[in-house]
Design a protein around this ligand. Structure first.
Ligand code: ADP
Ligand code: MG
Ligand code: MG
Length: 895
């Protein structure tokens, strides 16, 4: 087994083995850049150590061999009393985890070698003791686990005593005293002396770096960043160079471009007479990197040349850590730098213009979630803000408006032109109108897959959910914050769906040019960022195989989706066509006691739904519109049981025993289900309630017929939800086909339409071959398919045990957010194969939240679906991701 690699042996593509820092140190070494020699202990060694708790066999010998070679190269021995080699022991995982793990500098110093170091530095004892106290401090806190404040307080106390502000103002005697204080602290806290033996220091520091992989903050960071928990870190042993030997030395960090805007230039900070950590720790005031030109022109020029070399080599923005030792430049780290969404798009285009990368690579370098960030308006973070609560960031964006606590008020106020934020404890389907009317939605209960969150994301409406410190009193129309202040109806609040923050009053909002561009606003065209986005979107569109449709239920949404580039509607829900003032008709339908009553209710609904479909098909003229027949359980359309009971009791008192309310109460009781998600819904409704699906099919086809007569080109696709077996599909299809020929006879217009099914039950997957015989298309309903496959109900599980599952790593991300490729994905693949085998021209798509999720989109592309469908606001994101998936030939992991 080989565990240790010299810097001359590795390359930037070995991040798995050497970690990012080690791989890039090797790359720079091999580019001939000035990197202090050293070697890397691999992540494999770390994994072996973490598994067994002990250093793996053979590692010790390998380290000895590499150390001996390093000593020969440097002409010094580690910790030698007269001329010590000193090293840093540095963590470095595959993915950068800034500040999460440990690094120890100046390893090899002890009571004797500190003298040798001073002698070799021309008798500079100050420098030597400064280095020693740094070692004691870092070793004490990171290796020996002593609270860092023990050292900080000693240092601050001494500075105060001497009446100086900065560490550089301390004298050599002061530093000597500090070394004694630190050594005493170490003895007191650990019960033993600071280890004087250099090799023991090195081994203990190595072990501490391995251990730092599993500190609480590292674990938490990995979970947030979705970094796998089992990668481990490498350890880089790097010979020390010194920025703390005087004014002609120093240390700095730099970017080859501005990571915030992407502009090219000199960005960074420099600190004279300092060692590494000081720059970022804010110990003294740094100077802008450009000042280095004045301080040390030669070092500055070499740094610029080096930065140029790195940019051309990595073909990307690099971030850099360097040290100047008595005028000589040393490179201590580089990596492809993190950047804002805005910078990502700009830089990708700049690099194409500089011929450093091609357009495919440029598209791979930007992500759908970065694009999404650019699409949401944002609060001005510079502005003064009064935060009153923290909830979950359910749907991004920045919304300002007057707080309202019920949907009617939301609609009324917004009709008269006022911006409102709908505040509820939680929302239900009845709140839809209010949610549409509101600029944003705030709830005090429910998680990221709660009704409010899902619907808000679907509409691209800003939403903060589960802000549980807020006491929302809907009846009294107000809420109380944790500190007891009251926000009443009409008070202005601001909610940030990107961060989950809730503010009192109006926080100023900055507009997104990118959305204005998608909306066709010509004023946005001059913007440089918009230009970059448009350019990469064009390339992605030209590249992608996967079609992109939208989920849209109204003509307005359909029109917006079209502007955003949707090539049709993949899911038009019809539930809302049964809500609002049509509710009483639905109630009539449910309580109907005879076929006549039922038919009367259906005929009353027919013209309304026909108008709805007319509007949507018109907005999507010439493009396919997949319309899902009614799906949810009927009791969702009925009044609340308690409210109804009260009404019935009141009417009973008045002697009215035969009201509609009595019948409704009966229906509510009758329709009550213990597991509504597994109850009477979807195709089951179509089969149990005669005429229901036929009415909807008639409304669709009559609307299509009318549009054809108007010279339009409607392309309806009728979709049957929750089919488990081919018999269900056959039964309802017969009705639809009959209705179609009736409509054709009545209107004399030849209709063009498709009938297909959703695949959202595991049984449908197993029967996909049979079902495909009768379905012209499949649309994967991955929300239901996920819940039916895992056997958990989406509405219940997130609040109850998802966080535990995420904590325990049972899944890295909620399977409702990103498709569970290993389980649900296999079902999708099975159904695709069986369906296409039975019907080669079977059209395949996906609707549901996963259709807009970047990772899932790549999977759907790979498995060969024809299109994904997502909310209108996600359409550009899906277009970009589909393009990235097509261009993904040689994706590099540059996290
Ligand atoms: P992090 O991952 O937290 O950035 P590093 O391992 O990069 O930690 O170390 C932090 C800083 O310590 C570096 O930026 C560099 O300035 C300094 N440093 C590390 N190794 C050496 C070395 N061999 N010589 C001089 N300075 C070093
Ligand atoms: Mg670093
Ligand atoms: Mg479904």
């Amino acid at each position: 087994m080989t565990y240790v690699y010299d810097f001359t042996e590795g390359s930037k593509d070995q991040k798995d083995l050497l970690g990012g820092k080690g791989a890039n140190l090797a790359e720079m070494t091999n580019l001939g850049l000035p990197v202090p020699p050293g070697f890397t202990i691999s992540t494999e060694a770390c994994r072996a150590y973490l598994e067994t708790g002990g250093m793996p066999d053979g590692l010790d010998d390998e380290v000895s061999a590499h150390l001996a070679r390093l000593e020969d190269k440097m002409g010094k021995r580690l910790g030698d009393a007269d001329d010590p080699l000193l090293v840093s022991v540095r963590s470095g995982a595959k993915f950068s985890m800034p500040g999460m793990m440990e690094t120890v500098l100046n390893v090899g110093l002890n009571d004797r070698s500190v003298q040798g170091l001073a002698a070799k530095a021309g008798g500079d004892e100050r420098f030597a003791y400064d280095s020693y106290r740094r070692l004691l401090q870092m070793f004490g806190s990171t290796v020996l686990g002593i609270e860092p404040h023990v050292f900080h307080e000693a240092l601050d106390g001494l500075k105060e005593e001497r009446g100086v502000k900065n560490d550089v103002d301390l004298t050599v005697d002061d530093l000597r005293e500090l070394v004694t204080t630190y050594k005493t602290a170490i003895r007191e806290h650990t019960g033993r002396d600071f280890p004087q033996e250099p090799r023991e220091q090195l081994d203990m520091a190595t072990r501490a770096v391995f251990d730092s992989w599993n500190t609480d903050r590292a674990v938490l960071y990995r979970r947030q960043e979705r970094i796998p928990a089992d990668l481990g870190t490498a350890v880089n042993i790097c010979s020390m160079v010194f920025g703390n030997g005087g004014e002609d030395s120093g240390t700095g960090v730099a970017f080859t471009r501005d990571p915030a805007s992407g502009s090219q230039g000199i960005y960074g900070d420099y600190l004279q007479n300092a060692q590494g950590e000081d720059v970022v720790a804010g110990i003294r005031n740094t100077v802008p990197l450009a000042d280095l030109e004045r301080i040390d022109k030669a070092a500055y020029d070499e740094l610029l040349r080096t930065m140029q070399t790195l940019e051309e080599h990595y073909k990307d923005l690099c971030d850099i850590e360097f040290t100047v030792e008595h005028g000589k430049l040393w490179m201590l780290q580089t990596r492809v730098g993190k950047r804002t969404a805005e910078a990502a798009f700009r830089i990708a285009c700049q690099l194409v213009d500089q011929d450093l990368i091609d357009a495919d690579e440029a598209v791979r370098r930007v992500t759908g979630s970065q694009l999404a960030q650019l699409m949401f308006p944002r609060f001005d973070t510079e502005a003064e803000r009064v935060k009153v609560a923290q909830g979950m960031n359910a749907s991004p964006g920045a919304a300002v408006g007057k707080a309202v606590f019920d949907s009617n008020t939301a609609v009324e106020w917004s009709d008269r032109g006022e911006g409102v934020i709908l505040v509820r404890r939680e929302t239900n389907p009845d709140d839809l109108r209010g949610m549409v009317a509101a600029r944003g939605i705030l709830t005090s209960r429910g998680g990221k897959t709660s009704h409010a969150a899902v619907v808000a994301r679907g509409m691209g409406r800003t939403c903060v959910c589960g802000a549980d410190s807020l006491d929302v009193d809907v009846k009294a129309k107000r809420m109380t914050t944790a500190d007891g202040s009251v926000i009443a109806e009409g008070d202005v609040i601001s909610i940030d769906g990107t961060t989950g923050e809730v503010f009192a009053g109006e926080v100023p909002v900055v507009d997104s040019f990118v959305v204005r561009h998608f909306e066709g606003d010509e004023a946005a065209e001059g913007d440089e960022l918009v230009g970059a986005v448009a350019r990469l979107m064009d390339h992605a569109d030209g590249r992608r195989r996967l079609g992109v449709r939208a989920n849209a239920d109204t003509p307005e949404d359909a029109a917006r989706a079209r502007r955003f580039g949707a090539e049709g509607i993949g899911l038009c829900r019809t539930e809302h066509m049964f809500l609002g003032d049509r509710k009483s008709l639905v109630e009539d339908l449910i309580v109907a006691e005879s076929t006549e009553e039922q038919e009367a209710a259906l005929s009353a609904l027919l013209p309304m739904q026909r108008d709805d479909f007319h509007g949507i098909l018109e907005a999507m003229d010439g493009l396919p519109v997949t319309i899902r027949l009614i799906d949810p359980p009927l009791h969702e359309f009925l009044p609340d049981y308690t409210d109804l009971s009260v009404q019935v009791a009141l009417e009973d008192e008045r002697g009215n025993r035969d009201s509609k309310h009595h019948k409704l109460l009966g229906a509510v009781k009758r329709l009550h289900e213990a597991n509504p998600m597994l109850g009477l819904r979807g195709v089951r409704l179509g089969i149990v309630i005669p005429g229901l699906f036929a009415m909807q099919a008639r409304a669709i086809l009559e609307a299509a017929s009318a549009l054809i007569r108007e010279g339009r080109d409607p392309q309806p696709e009728i979709m049957i939800p929750l089919v488990a077996t081919v018999q269900e599909l056959e039964l309802v299809k017969v009705d639809i086909v009959r209705v179609a020929s009736e409509v054709e006879d009545e209107t004399g217009v030849k209709l063009k339409f498709k009938v297909g099914t959703m695949i959202e039950l595991p049984r449908a997957v197993m029967a996909a071959g049979d079902i495909a015989e009768h379905a012209e298309f499949f649309s994967f309903g991955t929300n239901d398919l996920t819940q039916m496959t895992w056997g958990f109900s989406r509405d219940d599980v997130e609040a109850s045990f998802f966080s535990t599952y995420l904590d325990k790593g049972i899944f890295g991300v909620s399977p409702f957010e990103s498709l569970d490729v290993d389980g649900v994905g296999k079902l999708v693949r099975t159904a695709v194969e069986a369906g296409r085998a039975a019907r080669p021209d079977l059209h395949l798509g996906v609707c549901g939240e996963h259709g807009g999720d970047p990772d899932s989109i790549h999977f759907f592309d790979e498995v060969g679906l024809d299109y994904v469908s997502c909310s209108p606001f996600r359409v550009p994101v899906a277009r970009l991701e589909a393009g990235r998936s097509a261009a993904a030939g040689a994706v590099s992991d540059s996290a």
